[in-house]
Structures are given as structure tokens and as C-alpha cells.
Write a protein that binds this ligand. Sequence first.
Ligand SMILES: C[S@@+](CC[C@H](N)C(=O)[O-])C[C@H]1O[C@@H](n2cnc3c(N)ncnc32)[C@H](O)[C@@H]1O
Length: 213
Amino acid sequence: MRQVTRTPAPSEIAEEWRSRATRSGLARVMRASQPADLAAETTARTIQLVTTFLRSLGEVDSALEIGCGMGRLTSSIAGQARAVTAIDMTPRMLDLARDNCAHLSTVDFMLAKVQRLPWKDKRFDVAVCVWVLMHILDDDEISAACQAIAAAARHLVLVEYEEADIPVGRFSALRNLGDYLDLLPGARLIERHELRYGGDRSFAALIALDGSR
Ligand SMILES: C[S@@+](CC[C@H](N)C(=O)[O-])C[C@H]1O[C@@H](n2cnc3c(N)ncnc32)[C@H](O)[C@@H]1O
């Protein structure tokens, strides 16, 4: 018999992230089924890709990290930007990120959903979003998220799963880079790379958001 899986409601997704935040180490934000050394290696590669993209933009005054989680990447982003605003929708993830970045005076943390960013007129030089949009399942919500990002930033560093050998769970959706470029108003691809992680393949892309205003 075919198994019918129901798309989780927003409240279930929020609860899932609250629960993942109580795990230990990188398993809070990466697959708990993968070995710790692979998670650490993949994190190092992700940092290398993100920082290379940020460096290629020259001087970065303001960066917005979307879905910062436990702050796995935040200090590396702070190393490439004068000021960083890091948002996440899960309070416990933000507490962990604040602790991880306690030594940094240039990072502000804020509880917010990417679909409903709190700024009307502010535009960041760049937004960085790693493994977050794949967890927005609803079509209207992913459209709202992409429109909010295009209005809030001039560039986007985006890393999302494109293919997975291990089936993605019910809290993730596989979309390809082309899908995201279609969803982001005014998007223009500058550069893309691949990021592999235990049978999964993500794209890592630098995108200009030229025409959104
Ligand atoms: C897989 S983790 C990735 C965290 C971080 N970007 C990293 O790579 O380590 C996803 C994070 O996104 C957050 N998140 C999920 N949906 C979100 C949304 N709609 N708005 C803001 N944060 C969200 C979760 O709370 C979680 O901390």
C-alpha cells in the first residue's frame, strides 16, 4: 500500500526545530545520522565556500545571516563583514549562537522568520542562507521568503540540498537552484559550486539581487 505522508503544519515545523536545538553538537543543524568528523569536514568546506563568495564582493558593510542556527557559520561571516545581523525563528538556537559568538561585538541576533523580515527600507549588502529555505515547505511561504530576501539584500549566498541519496525527511523539500532563481525577484546567478555531504549534494551559489527594487 502506498504510504501517504502529510506536509507538517508550521507549528509542527517550529516544534521540530525546538527539538533539534536540544541535540548536542553539530547534530542540531546537520544530519544526526552522519559521523561527527564528516559533519566537521563539511562545515569547514561550507565555511570556505561562504567566505570565498563574501570576499569576492569586496568590502561588505552589512550582512544578514538567515537561519543562523547554533552559529555554526556566524563568526566566519563576521570575519568578512563590518556588521552582521543574524536571525533565526528558534529561540534556543539563537541562545546557542549568542553563546558561540559572545566574543564578537559586531553581530546582532534577532528572533525572526525569513518570510516576515522586520525591515521596510533597510537593504543589506549580502544575505547568507545555508540549509534553511529547504525547510520551508508551503508554496506561499517559500514565495514570501524569497520576496523578503530579494527586498532585504543586494546579494545572496545560498546553499540548499539539490539531491539526496538518503531520502530527505518530511521537514525538508528538494528544489534545484533554478527553482530558487525563479522564486527570487531580480535574481542573477554569479557563480555556483557543489557541496557534498554523506550522499547528499547541495548547490552553493552567489546570486545578485539586482532588480528587486
Ligand atoms: C539546518 S539548520 C541550519 C542552520 C545554519 N544555517 C547552519 O548552516 O548551521 C536550519 C535553521 O533554520 C531555522 N529556520 C528554519 N526555518 C526558518 C524560517 N522560516 N525563518 C527563520 N529561521 C528558520 C531553524 O530554526 C534552524 O536553526
